[in-house]
Design a protein around this ligand. Structure first.
Ligand code: DHE
Length: 588
């Protein structure tokens, strides 16, 4: 039985922490006590924040010190810079001008003062600022350094233009030296590319034998994989913005080209429109705020586009709007690009790279992830810090609707790419779960066949609890899987809820995936279901710490019974899994 507090109320704190709301209450500077102190604590999902680990390694000048402002030695500046980018920049912005969290410019911090800053960092706030001091994550000395660092002007990280991008570009095997046909006996379409997050590698796992066939070194804290339209090339992006292009036709699949498209990044995609298959790749950066279009054969950088600009609501300049999810359109020669902090969805037409046409759709701020509906015409994107799903018509190039919490979206939707299925009563729907509560919103996606239900939350299911990141189903399945890896309760984090699509009024079933893995150490967070090509089995990562054992658990879709456990010393922190066929065809 799940603690109801964890199920709902407890998540409110977690979510505001996720979103990095801070400095909201001036009184938070006073030392809290008793129950109030508890309200200042951060839950595990509060840690689900962009950590810009790569940035402190970049050359940054220490800003000149001003009179009346506490000083920092060079060594202290180095320490503070590292802490800021790893722990604070995700919410407060690289330039401290605010992102999901409040601005921390020197003007703002001066008004707050040294003692207030110290206290705030130590105790956190009920509004979501993590309690870095009382949680033991920062020492008193580090907090003192951080308070002084924040009173000084922020350093400006370098830009990363064509010269820098090009200097990182390597073609290991030119296109004409690559195989003309597939040279291995891999069943490529049922291959899984598995993110080994903390190893900076991907594991290629054969979907049939469930054996690791190759391990390929990729970027730092590697994030996602995507496929070229033909399925031959696998593109992987690391948080250090390194894109690896892997040729799956080679006898031993390997990286044939690589490039860094910035300093921090999360997304990569390929051109999917008819006639442009395998022609272009695109990757989006968190820093600098930009996306880069590349040649699909060589990764040669062709065009860099900055995303700096005005926010859609207050129409104020934002200096660092990050690029979040990118999807290749099937309806037009376009990439659909989420620009997080300004709230714009860009439709980037790649027919003529030199005269690039970009349609800018005003959606909602804090766009993050999202996916296509089953017809691939509509894109549904979470503006998660605004509890909103934005629907875009990729054919017409227009915003269809912003579905908000007033329409039934829960707290902090986090769909991954979402899940499409036919609801027995309401027709085709797309589903998202939430980080901030236990609900799963089902949104009607069939304006022609089911106009009354279209773009409405037709049903809201209750799953195990908040802290959910991904939902999954398959066109051949009658199961809807909902994970909750960031739930503060270990039992919830290490299991999966599964709903019967044929009868959604039925209580979900809980499968103890963590237990099934046979691993006894760690929290065993169960994350991101992914189907095999046939759609008859679903894979879950059992994600433990870097030094702990992790695994992948395969469940039979029909019987919901354990089918296999994949364990291997090399399977370090497996998280995302990308089946080649499903990813190249956007099946989810
Ligand atoms: Fe992700 C997708 C950003 C943390 C696993 N993640 C995405 C996308 C974005 C994003 C913008 C959409 C890419 C696209 O579709 O083009 N992720 C971020 C962050 O900013 C964040 C919150 C913090 C960070 O510092 O990176 C973050 N992500 C994580 C994790 O901690 C996860 C759970 C484990 C990991 O490997 O890092 C994680 N993110 C994933 C996965 C996807 C993803 C598995 C792709 C899901 C899919 O089905 O396509």
């Amino acid at each position: 039985m799940i603690n109801p507090v964890t199920k709902t109320l407890g998540m409110a704190l977690a979510v505001s922490a996720l979103l990095g709301f801070s400095l909201s209450a001036a009184t938070a500077a006073d030392k809290p006590s008793g129950d109030n102190l508890k309200k200042h604590q951060t839950s595990p999902s509060g840690k689900y924040q962009p950590s810009l680990d790569v940035m402190p390694g970049q050359k940054m000048e220490q800003p000149g010190q001003k009179e009346g402002v506490p000083t920092l030695t060079k060594a202290e500046f180095g320490i503070a810079n590292k802490i800021y980018f790893e722990r604070c920049a995700g919410c407060h912005g690289v330039l401290r001008k605010g992102a999901t969290g409040k601005p921390l410019t020197a003007k703002v911090t001066k008004e707050l003062g040294f003692d207030h800053l110290k206290s705030f960092i130590t105790y956190g706030s009920p509004g979501g600022m993590p309690n870095w001091g009382t949680s033991g994550e920062m020492s008193e000395n580090e907090i003192d350094i951080m308070a002084r660092y924040l009173l000084n002007e922020p350093p400006t990280p370098p830009e990363f233009g064509m010269k820098e991008v090009k200097s990182t570009w390597k073609v290991h095997i030119p296109a004409d030296k690559r195989p003309k046909k597939k040279m291995n006996n891999l069943n490529i379409e049922n291959l899984f590319s598995v993110t080994l997050r903390d190893a900076g590698q991907v594991a290629l796992i054969d979907g049939n034998s469930k054996k690791i066939v190759h391990i390929i070194t990729t970027g730092y804290a590697v994030h996602i994989s995507r496929l070229s339209a033909s399925g031959r090339y696998l593109f992987v992006i690391g948080r250090d913005a390194l894109v690896n292009m892997i040729d799956l036709w080679m006898k031993t699949p390997a990286t044939v080209a690589e490039i860094k498209i910035g300093m921090e990044a999360r997304s990569v995609e390929t051109s999917k429109y008819k006639g442009y298959e395998d022609k272009y790749a695109i990757a989006g950066a968190y820093w600098p705020p930009q996306f880069v279009i590349m040649d699909g054969d060589t990764l040669e950088p062709l065009k860099i586009v900055s995303t700096r600009g005005m926010t859609v609501d207050t129409q104020e300049y934002h200096p660092e709007p990050r690029v979040a999810a990118i999807v290749g359109s099937h309806y037009k020669p376009e990439f659909r690009v989420n620009v997080k902090e300004t709230g714009k969805i860009l439709l980037v037409n790649y027919e003529d790279i030199n005269n690039l046409k970009v349609t800018s759709i005003a959606a909602e701020r804090f766009l993050h992830d999202g996916g296509l509906d089953s017809t691939k015409r509509y894109f549904l994107s979470a503006a998660n810090a605004r509890n909103t799903i934005a629907v875009i018509d990729m054919k017409e190039g227009k915003l269809v609707k912003l579905i908000t919490e007033n329409d039934g979206i829960g707290t902090t939707p986090h769909p991954g790419r979402g899940a499409n299925f036919v609801h027995p009563k309401f027709g085709p729907v797309w589903a998202t779960s939430h980080l901030g509560d236990e609900t799963v919103a089902l949104i009607g996606t069939d304006p022609k066949g089911h106009p009354k239900q279209a773009w409405k939350v037709v049903q809201s299911l209750e799953a195990q609890g908040g802290g959910s990141l991904f939902v999954k189903t398959h066109p051949k399945s009658k199961n809807l899987w909902v994970d909750s890896p960031l739930n503060p309760e270990a039992d919830v984090a290490s299991s999966i809820a599964v709903f019967d699509i044929n009868d959604l009024s039925k209580e979900y079933q809980v499968l103890p995936i963590g237990e099934w893995s046979g691993i006894s150490e760690g929290v065993r967070r169960v994350v991101q279901g992914e189907y095999n090509k046939a759609g008859d089995e679903v894979w879950f990562s059992v994600w433990n710490g870097k030094k702990q054992e992790s695994a992948i658990v395969v469940v039979d879709d029909k019987t919901r019974k354990l089918k296999a456990v994949i364990k291997d010393k090399r399977l370090v922190t497996p998280t995302g899994k990308f089946n080649v066929y499903n990813t190249m065809n956007d099946v989810y």
